[in-house]
Design a protein around this ligand. Structure first.
Ligand SMILES: Cc1cc2nc3c(=O)[nH]c(=O)nc-3n(C[C@H](O)[C@H](O)[C@H](O)COP(=O)(O)O)c2cc1C
Length: 262
């Protein structure tokens, strides 16, 4: 069945590994009958910084409250047109894929700025103006799937469960859990290519093959088993019940299948 798949990517260099993988994804998804939507953030000269220019019509001219102005601009249709266009793509998408090099253990700034500006109050958070009622598994982007496709300079063993950098899925938890699952998306395990700075052409070819397999499973693979806010594990919507994951602290407590997560 044809699906709409949005590729958001953040690497300006066409010969980079990230961009090579974007091209592979575009070709493969189109050949599989899907409709590909694209946000090439550097080519779009995306404005990364969230500031007062995001609110041409202010509710409060005295003091800049981002949350208040975001909700006001979203509900009154006064957001900037670049943000509106990205939201329209997101709302059309059945799946959203993020392609980026890991920079200082996170998104390149231009991609972080895309999230800051596009994930508005009333849409991505504060959904239905109902406080925190809809989050972590529920929300404006429920029903969509998401996947990170990340290239890394470091070797895989530095990112293993006892690797010096920390485990990759724990490093990316603020994005997969705090950003994507928060808004209601189902997040697939991260697609990662390590040692990307000195990759051989054979390794690029095998990365492309591995990516195609992951794309084929985009709508059938099992997402990361993050615990949903409204499924009973968090009776007060804030903290895990005492009987859930007893003795487990931190990130792993928020995943049903903690072993499969790392
Ligand atoms: C600003 C910057 C920060 C980086 N931070 C990390 C990092 O935190 N961890 C890592 O493994 N590699 C890091 N790298 C290396 C990149 O991840 C690597 O060069 C990139 O994935 C190569 O893929 P590309 O050809 O698509 O850019 C960093 C590179 C730059 C330029």
């Amino acid at each position: 069945m044809q699906k709409n798949i949005l590729l958001v990517h953040a690497q300006p260099e066409s010969t980079s590994l990230t961009r090579t993988l974007v091209e592979t994804a575009k070709t493969h998804l189109a050949a599989s009958g899907h409709r590909v939507l694209e946000s090439d953030l550097y080519a779009m000269q995306w404005k990364a910084v969230y500031d007062a220019d995001d609110f041409p019509t202010r509710r409060n001219d005295e003091r800049l409250s981002f949350i208040e102005e975001s909700g006001y601009a979203f509900s009154t249709g006064t957001q900037t047109s670049d943000v509106q266009q990205e939201q329209a793509k997101l709302l059309e998408a059945d799946a959203v894929l993020f392609f980026f090099p890991l920079w200082w253990f996170g998104f390149p700034a231009i991609l972080k700025g895309w999230v800051d500006r596009v994930f508005a109050y009333g849409l991505a958070y504060g959904f239905r103006d109902a406080g925190n009622e809809y989050r972590y598994g529920d929300g404006g982007f429920a029903g969509k799937r998401a996947m990170l496709a990340v290239t890394l300079g470091g070797p895989s063993y530095d990112y293993g469960s006892r690797g010096i950098n920390g485990a990759l899925e724990e490093i990316l938890f603020p994005i997969t859990h705090g950003t994507l699952f928060f808004t209601g998306m189902e997040v697939l395990p991260t697609f990662a290519i390590y040692g990307a700075a000195h990759i051989t052409s054979e390794e690029v070819a095998s990365a492309q093959l591995a990516l195609k397999k992951r794309l084929d499973g985009l709508f059938t693979d099992i997402p990361i088993t993050f615990r949903r806010q409204n499924d009973g594990d968090y009776p007060d919507r804030h903290q895990l019940a005492a009987h859930v994951a007893p003795g487990v602290a931190g990130i792993l407590a928020h995943v049903h299948d903690a072993e499969g997560f790392l």
